[in-house]
Write a protein that binds this ligand. Sequence first.
Ligand code: GDP
Length: 207
Amino acid sequence: MEIVSAKYIISSATYKQCPGPDKPEYAFIGRSNVGKSSLINMLCNQRGLAKTSATPGKTQLINHFEVISKDGTKKGTGRAWYLVDLPGYGYAVTSQKSRNNWANMIESYIRKRPNLGCVFLLVDSRHTPQTIDLNFVQQLGEWQVPFVLVFTKADKNKPGATNRNVKSFLDELQKTWEELPPFFVTSAIDKTGKDDILDYIADINAE
Ligand code: GDP
């Protein structure tokens, strides 16, 4: 699948303000600075679509983009879906109040959005498993939403380090999970993982 166009639609403070659930939707979330904006821009072939390196923790809004994609096997058929950029977690300087606001907003959105097809949880591939990410995986499991893992910034690692960190993360999950989620390894610099993620979305869209 290829993205033909992507445009910003709206930023919402609560799930109730989101656009009508008239298209399939895929949401991206992760720790601040994990590379979420860079990944979204890479997927959409648009450098400035999601803002890279905006002041972390400042934008606590649900950002909707409308995407038109073309499936290589179905010539000319443009499919419309929403790509959603969710505010990141784990920024040290935010207050308890804003952490609570974030948690409430995210929980309502993820649990109540009827057209949400999959959550893409981004994890920085340079680090060994971080509790904050493992906890969020746990949360997604409890909410019973479909999700996948995206290990970002693979180009920054020495050979072998990405695989080691991915394995450690999955090993941690395996302690409590019977079934592991699908995962992708990505780099916004060399576009690793782009086609795999887009094809994964195309497959869900086709269901
Ligand atoms: P966000 O806060 O999760 O949206 O993260 P950004 O996309 O703004 O990225 C945070 C920082 O990491 C920026 O300086 C990016 O240039 C850098 N970055 C993001 N993705 C990659 C990547 O795949 N490779 C490398 N080398 N740097 C990246």
